[in-house]
Write a new protein. Structure first.
Length: 237
């Protein structure tokens, strides 16, 4: 993606530079009216047209709220961007419906790039923070079934019990990856995996990972959820 100027972007913790590639979708698809962007750690349980055909209500972006976890939107307000007015109307950027023509008309691509470079040393959830700043109060809220995050279901059910009971169309494995370890809603991933040519490959890698025994306990990589909640660690062999 160096042709799009991603070399200007700093590496931020475990986030890949490719996280910012969604900024450039309008440049890649200028003739389209609408594009559905989905992260790679996602499975779709039924016809994706249901999500794609959701009305945009004259907004440039439609997304699912991540209002069940206060850490991200309070960090955005208190540390990154004090002018943020959205409160808990903070959305997850892993599933986005984008009105391409509005992006082009309003030059959002360049605005997102400039804002990212300006705030790079403050960002907590890099592209997601920037997108929430850019579309603060100006995005269409989608039903939670279109970006169901099982790893945080306990948080959701505590704040919004009714939303935690929805039957998901899109399942987003935001923390624990089911191709690396058993996690919430792993069975959904396994069901789809068995229909692909990758089933045996993933099965062998999963089995191999379980049998590895670290020999050098001094080399430890620690991974944290949302940048500060301990999640897991890997001991290098």
């Amino acid at each position: 993606m160096s042709g799009f100027g991603l070399d200007r972007f700093p590496n931020l913790r475990h986030y890949s530079l490719n996280a910012f590639s969604r900024y450039f979708i309008p440049e890649l698809t200028p003739d389209l009216k609408k594009v559905l962007y989905i992260d790679v750690d996602v499975i779709v349980k039924d016809d994706i047209a249901e999500l794609y055909n959701q009305p945009m209500d004259n907004c440039a972006v439609a997304a699912v709220l991540e209002d069940f976890y206060a850490g991200n939107y309070t960090t955005l307000k208190d540390i990154i961007w004090p002018k943020y007015k959205g409160g808990d109307k903070y959305f997850n950027s892993g599933v986005l419906l984008m009105d391409i023509q509005k992006f082009i008309k309003n030059n959002y691509e360049q605005k997102l790039i400039d804002l990212t470079v300006k705030l790079y040393d403050k960002l907590n959830c890099p592209d997601q923070d920037v997108l929430n700043i850019m579309f603060d109060g100006k995005f269409k809220v989608l039903d939670y079934r279109y970006n169901f995050m099982p790893d945080h279901l306990h948080m959701l059910q505590k704040k919004h019990p009714e939303r935690g009971e929805v039957e998901p169309l899109v399942i987003h494995y935001t923390a624990q990856k089911p191709w690396k370890a058993k996690s919430s809603r792993s069975a959904d991933f396994d069901e789809i995996l068995q229909q692909t040519q990758f089933a045996d490959i993933v099965k062998k890698k999963f089995a191999a990972a379980k049998t590895l025994k670290p020999t050098n306990k001094k080399e430890i990589q620690k991974y944290k959820l949302f940048g500060f909640l301990p999640l897991f660690s890997i001991e290098e062999i």
